[in-house]
Design a protein around this ligand. Structure first.
Ligand SMILES: *Cc1c(COP(=O)(O)O)cnc(C)c1O
Length: 409
């Protein structure tokens, strides 16, 4: 099983471990998957809060002294958000909907930063009204928007470091050129908008830590120049997300991935508070998708299995996030035949995997997709009126064997 998906009962460091291992279940075991489907139906997305905790602790150990702001975007589910906050973690919000969600959960806004570089005035006002203080800007127009709020808001200026190697290069759409950073900081100062520091996001599912290191070093230079010019406090560096997980291919362990990042951060002046915005790493390995075979047909000699979840649902990440989820059938191993897994909609692109070796399946058999916590359910639609998977969270507290929470926006 990939590194990120092992249960963590024995090694957990949170105070809850005192509650006793008996209160925790492994919802990714065959038996629990079947029980959850019997109880909550299909398709399901099973989120294991214990694995969320484990991922959080792994990243904490890999990046000591870095405050982790979980980015809600990949999986904005209350069970995940609450789990992070209970561990002492922080949050990264990007939209008014996300601000309203954490407000409904009663979370201290001081634990949240708002990192969308482009906002409407109403988004800024509603976040401020909820008590969020730190925002991101990356261009003069956006800095200008904060002139009216200079006494309530502080900025992180987002710098762009292109990352053609990342699966999703987030520095093309957002971030200012490093050469333009100082003039942006001067504008903020002129308008009376306090600048707290810099941020970047090198892109999601980074192949190697090289871009993080390059960006940290470049930001250190920019911060030193900005302080020399007295352009603001510049005591914060936000190193974004991008930390990779195992899909079909193995990613480096997070300890190894972060080693050069730790070294680069160690060279920063001590007064700089470093924060990060992990999304995928926290939640990706913490959920599986469970779909059922609705029907099957033999076409040109191969079995086609039509599932109740597909590319318009939880597997939407195969399109939007360029991910490939490892899938397996939850039936006793027997002879395997080349098979096709298709989604339920009438669209011909709605095919999850072809040339997959699977045992012969029948209607009602279960298909499990691994590492499906990030950018899956979040980008699912209800095209053709096939409902999105029900999200069941497990292990939010000891004895939580499955909870479905309504998520209204
Ligand atoms: C999407 C996003 C993240 C999360 O990135 P991951 O690669 O999933 O860790 C963090 N910060 C910002 C600003 C984002 O847009």
């Amino acid at each position: 099983m990939p590194d990120g998906t092992r249960p963590s009962r024995a090694r957990r460091a949170s105070p809850r471990s005192a509650a006793g291992a008996a209160g925790w279940i492994d919802p990714f075991s065959r038996r629990e998957i079947k029980r959850l489907v019997a109880e909550f139906g299909s398709p399901l997305l099973i989120v294991d809060c214990e694995r969320v905790r484990r991922q959080y602790h792994l990243l904490r150990r890999a990046l000591p002294r870095v405050d982790l702001h979980y980015a809600l975007k990949p999986m904005p589910h209350p069970a995940v958000i609450n789990t992070i906050v209970e561990l002492g973690g922080w949050l990264d919000l990007a939209t008014t909907g996300e601000v309203e969600l954490v407000a409904r959960l009663g979370i201290d806004p001081a634990r949240c930063i708002h990192t969308h570089p482009i906002k409407r005035d109403v988004d800024i006002r509603s976040a401020l009204a909820r008590g969020v203080r730190v925002f991101v800007a990356d261009n003069p127009d956006e800095v200008q928007k904060f002139q009216a709020y200079g006494d309530q808001a502080e900025l992180l200026l987002r710098v762009s470091f292109r990352s053609p190697g990342a699966v999703c290069d987030l520095s093309r759409k957002f971030g200012c050129d490093p050469e333009d950073l100082l003039s942006l900081a001067r504008l903020a100062k002129r308008l009376g908008v306090p600048v707290r520091g810099l941020s970047f996001h090198v892109g999601s599912q980074a192949k190697d830590p090289g871009k993080h290191v390059e960006a940290i070093e470049a930001c250190a230079t920019l911060i030193a120049e900005a302080r020399r010019e007295k352009l603001g406090v510049f005591d914060t560096l936000d190193i974004g997300g991008g930390f990779p997980i195992d899909y079909g291919e193995r990613a480096p362990t997070i300890q190894r991935f972060c080693a050069p990042i730790r070294a680069a951060l160690a060279a920063l002046p001590r007064r700089i508070r470093v924060i990060a915005e992990p999304g995928r790493f926290i939640v990706g390995p913490a959920a599986i998708g469970v779909a059922s075979v609705m029907g099957r047909a033999k076409r040109e000699g191969h079995w086609w299995y039509y599932l109740d979840d597909g590319l318009y649902g939880s597997y939407s990440g195969q399109l939007f996030d360029h991910a490939r989820y490892p899938v397996e059938a939850l039936v006793a191993d027997e002879e395997r035949l080349p098979s096709v897994l298709a989604g339920p909609t009438c669209d011909s692109i709605d095919v999850i995997a072809e040339n997959l070796m699977l045992p012969q399946l029948q209607a009602g058999d279960l298909i499990v997709g691994r590492a499906m916590g990030a950018y899956t359910w979040a980008s699912a639609s209800e095209f053709n009126f096939f409902p999105k998977a029900t999200v069941v969270s497990v292990n939010s507290v000891p004895g939580d064997t499955g909870t479905v929470m309504a998520i209204e926006r």
